[in-house]
Design a protein around this ligand. Structure first.
Ligand code: ADP
Ligand code: MG
Length: 339
């Protein structure tokens, strides 16, 4: 292959990095995934499986706002789709298609190569086909729209929880937000070799390459009563689920799942606080009746995913927290762009 030129035309770059990417070329694969017409026409034509509802979400990443300016292009491509997959996971939907609106200051071939490698890496992991997009010049901004489906009526929503339901979260909280704080503080990493530096690297990796809990979302269909993904921190997101369901939520902060990497890096108090407010977790927050919870736990175990009960829902409104048996107030209430 010829060395790519450093400033490509719009159509060349769409063809080279998106339309004709090897991950996109398998026509049979495309037909199986309901792509009647993909990249290249004015719009894509997509066919939903019979008896399903279309599930759609869009999330934008702005350079310097959602990720540090120095973030590797591969991570930017990966994250842009990962955060959208997380939204579909929270709905219990099977992801199928994505569109990409890419705004960038220059068409840098090396950057695009890495960006599309990251994007198609996670696209392939989840069977997602890129079916269209838009490419414009401007400050680096990546908008991905994702489309998928659920059996008719089966979407997991925020408003389905009942009084008495248990609240649980997947994985661990605070890692990714901690990683972002570390990368912002010391972009070049620390001393190589010591255990703390390895833990910091792991946290940064959790930020750069989030793991959307798509399989868990699918497994939670018909079992969980409500679900959402945690993107703005539990303290910011749980009130949304409680409000949508018209309930009060109580969380025992001592129960928040904290990773060994996070514990190895900061104090227990700091780890707990970041687990509540640092954001960018992309774990699932699930509500389930006590009768259904064991089924949810069994499903998680099959996926090698930890699921931790953190609290419960009751009649009323708002959210309360306790730690060490006494009331607890998170320092801040999660991320809000206009807060
Ligand atoms: P139009 O002017 O009709 O909107 P464009 O010239 O913008 O079409 O795009 C040509 C084709 O390439 C369309 O099918 C569009 O969906 C696709 N496309 C453009 N940019 C991207 C991108 N970044 N990723 C994937 N597909 C893209
Ligand atoms: Mg266009």
């Amino acid at each position: 292959m010829n060395a790519p030129s450093s400033d490509l035309g719009e159509f060349d770059l769409i063809r080279r990095y998106f339309q004709q990417h090897e991950a996109q070329r398998d026509a049979i694969q495309l037909a199986q995934r309901g792509v009647v017409l993909g990249i290249g026409d004015d719009a894509a034509v997509l066919r939903l499986p019979r008896g399903t509802d279309l599930v759609a979400a869009v999330d934008t990443l702005v350079a310097g706002r959602h990720f540090p300016l120095a973030t590797a292009a591969r991570s930017v491509g990966y994250r842009a789709l990962a955060v959208n997959l997380s939204d579909l996971a929270a709905m219990g939907a099977t992801p199928a298609w994505a569109t990409l609106a890419l705004t960038m200051p220059t068409a840098d071939a090396r950057w695009l190569q890495e960006f599309s490698a990251g994007l198609f890496d996670i696209a392939q992991q989840h069977g997602v086909t890129l079916v269209g997009g838009d490419t414009t010049r401007g400050p680096l901004t990546v908008s991905v729209q994702i489309l998928g489906s659920v059996p008719r009526g089966a979407a997991l929503r925020r408003d389905g929880a009942k009084a008495g339901d248990l609240l649980a979260v997947s994985g661990t909280l605070g890692d990714s937000g901690a990683g972002l704080k570390f990368v912002s503080a010391a972009p070049s990493g620390g001393d190589r070799g010591d255990a703390r530096a390895a833990a910091v690297d792991e946290l940064i990796r959790r930020f750069d390459y989030p793991i959307p809990r798509v399989q868990m979302g699918l497994a939670a269909r018909y079992i969980a009563s409500a679900a959402m993904d945690i993107s703005d921190g539990l303290a910011g997101d749980l009130p949304k689920l409680a409000a949508a369901s018209g309930l009060h939520a109580h969380v025992d902060v001592d129960r928040l799942p904290l990773s060994p990497a996070l514990r190895a890096t900061v104090s227990e108090v700091q780890a707990r606080e970041w687990a509540l407010v640092a954001g960018d977790d992309y774990e699932l927050l699930l509500a389930a009746s006590r009768a259904n919870y064991p089924k949810l736990e069994a499903a998680a175990r099959q996926l090698n995913l930890t699921l931790t009960i953190i609290g419960e829902l009751s009649s009323g409104s708002g959210v309360s927290w306790s730690a060490d048996g006494v009331d607890y107030t998170p320092a801040t209430s999660g991320f809000d762009h206009f807060g």
